[in-house]
Design a protein around this ligand. Structure first.
Ligand SMILES: C[S@@+](CC[C@H](N)C(=O)[O-])C[C@H]1O[C@@H](n2cnc3c(N)ncnc32)[C@H](O)[C@@H]1O
Length: 140
């Protein structure tokens, strides 16, 4: 399968687009996601370790001031595509998006960063569902 996604809280979350593969989004992500509405309204939000972008995408319902960050370039690309699908155009040509997402201007910031090493802003709310499976190492 080239494309795989889940739906949660009216969001469409792709976790696989060709070689962009993120771990199957499941209970831990959904649990955090279900509580974002209680905290995010009108806040300046950072989704750190954004993965597929699921947490920041939920926060974007309540504030447009959301930034995404991850140590992984692939995760950032996936988050950009998921942002596009959820907030710009919900039935896109996925192959075109996969090839062109880096050329498309999105109205939010994405940081490639090891935790806060490349982030020099302050936020009201920081969402983090941290890594708990020690299986991959990254180069930044
Ligand atoms: C458990 S996943 C959570 C993904 C998503 N936020 C969610 O809730 O489904 C952890 C994420 O943290 C990222 N990550 C791991 N180490 C990191 C680091 N040092 N700095 C930033 N992100 C990191 C991983 O690439 C992965 O996307």
């Amino acid at each position: 399968m080239d494309f795989e996604y889940v739906k949660h809280n009216d969001l469409i979350i792709y976790y696989k687009i060709y070689d962009l593969e993120f771990y199957f989004t499941k209970e831990d992500s959904f649990l955090l996601n279900d509580h974002i509405r209680e905290f995010a309204k009108n806040k300046k939000v950072l989704d750190i370790g954004c993965g597929s972008g699921i947490q920041g995408l939920e926060a974007y319902k309540y504030t447009k001031n959301v930034s995404f960050s991850d140590i992984s370039e692939e995760c950032l690309k996936l988050s950009k595509i998921n942002f596009y699908i959820n907030y710009i155009h919900n039935n896109p040509d996925l192959d075109y998006l996969y090839k062109n997402i880096e050329k498309i201007n999105l109205p939010i910031k994405f940081y490639q960063s090891d935790l806060f090493s490349n982030i020099n802003e302050k936020f009201d709310l920081i969402l983090f569902n941290p890594t708990y499976l020690p299986e991959v190492s990254y180069k930044v």
